[in-house]
Design a protein around this ligand. Structure first.
Ligand code: PBG
Length: 327
């Protein structure tokens, strides 16, 4: 036997020399949920995570920055009384999210803040687009998204992240940001976002599940992608790139690593992948039962994203991973 691949695995030192992929906290984005008030409300389906009042949010972001995490991504829980059909609370410069962004930028100016652009947390219908005449009104949604992005940029968001999957929204957001004097605010496009069951814990955290109404089903299949499709992601990527996206995102994560790889090969833009709430919850639930080692499974999962070609990984395990990587 002349070729023995095991020679490159003989010791930790040799393995380290030939390791193809690196994972550091700087590659990770920590998603954080926020709510009104000073307190915190634990999220049952996301152990270790809570909806945080702004003072607690700043503490969590400081811990992330201290651990070397690359950025935080914010998701506000809007009180039901403020939700309406047009997501009007998303245009309020004094709303929960803009206040949170201002507090973060005042306390931690160097930590990039990424804000979610979509109607669902603010919509009484729980949809990412405007429900009108028994359909999701794509084009009427675009100005709502553009306005939301400008409010977020005014508050200090470094990158805005349209996660709604409406057609044409990257261009609408880019033009609105430029017109408002924010040419340096970047756009993270949730480009290949699938209609996935793995978002369950997130929707519980924000009480944002889509409602059936006016003949519209209680799911997002007319705008989020069909899990059966891979080639279609290339079409979404080409459009978003042409419309001015700065990063492209694939979501969910591990079940869609083939899509991460295809986009990596198709574009020179940075690729992000979202290790979503249901994926994190699966690891936590199995570990609680003693069925796997959470720490090892988390690091292996995050490394797999990087191997597939993701530059950036959004994960609820960012702080845990950063601590493990620092050992
Ligand atoms: C909403 C949004 C969702 C997530 C991020 N932004 C949920 C959805 O599309 O219903 C899911 C994130 C997660 O599950 O961790 N626009």
């Amino acid at each position: 036997m002349l070729a023995r691949p095991r020679r490159n695995r003989v010791s930790p030192a040799v393995r380290a020399l030939v390791r193809e992929t690196s994972l550091t906290p700087a590659h990770l984005v920590l998603p954080l949920f926020l709510q009104e008030g000073d307190g915190a409300a634990p999220i049952a389906a996301l152990p270790g995570h809570a909806r945080l009042g702004i003072p607690r949010l700043v503490e969590a972001a400081r811990a992330a920055a201290d651990a070397g995490i690359g950025a935080v991504a914010l998701f506000p829980a809007i009180p039901a009384a403020l939700k309406d059909r047009t997501a009007s609370a998303s245009a309020d410069p004094a709303g929960l999210l803009p206040r949170a962004v201002r507090a973060l930028k005042a306390a931690l100016p160097a930590l990039p803040v990424i804000t979610d652009v979509a109607m669902d947390p603010y919509s009484s219908d729980g949809h990412d687009g405007l429900v009108e005449g028994g359909a999701i009104a794509n084009d009427a949604t675009l100005p709502i998204l553009a306005r939301m992005a400008v409010v977020q940029a005014e508050a200090g968001a470094d990158l805005v992240a349209p996660s709604d999957m409406m057609d044409g929204r990257i261009q609408a957001v880019r033009e609105a940001l430029d017109a408002a004097g924010f040419p340096h605010v970047g756009i993270v496009s949730y480009c290949a976002k699938y209609a996935s069951a793995f978002y369950g814990p997130f929707r519980q955290a924000l009480d944002s599940a889509p409602r059936a109404r006016d003949g519209i089903p209680g799911d997002k299949r007319t705008y989020q992608m069909d899990p059966a499709n891979g080639r279609e992601a290339l079409r979404e990527a080409a459009l978003d790139e042409a419309e001015g996206a700065d990063w492209l995102m694939v979501k969910p994560g591990l079940p869609y690593l083939d899509v991460v790889r295809r986009l990596r090969e198709a574009t020179a833009l940075p690729i992000a992948a979202y290790h979503v709430s249901g994926e994190y919850a699966c690891l936590k639930a199995a570990a609680e039962r003693g069925w796997l080692d959470f720490d090892q499974a988390l690091l292996e999962s995050l490394l797999a994203f990087r191997r597939a070609g993701a530059d950036v990984v959004f994960t609820y395990g960012a702080l845990e991973a950063a601590r493990l990587l620092a050992r």
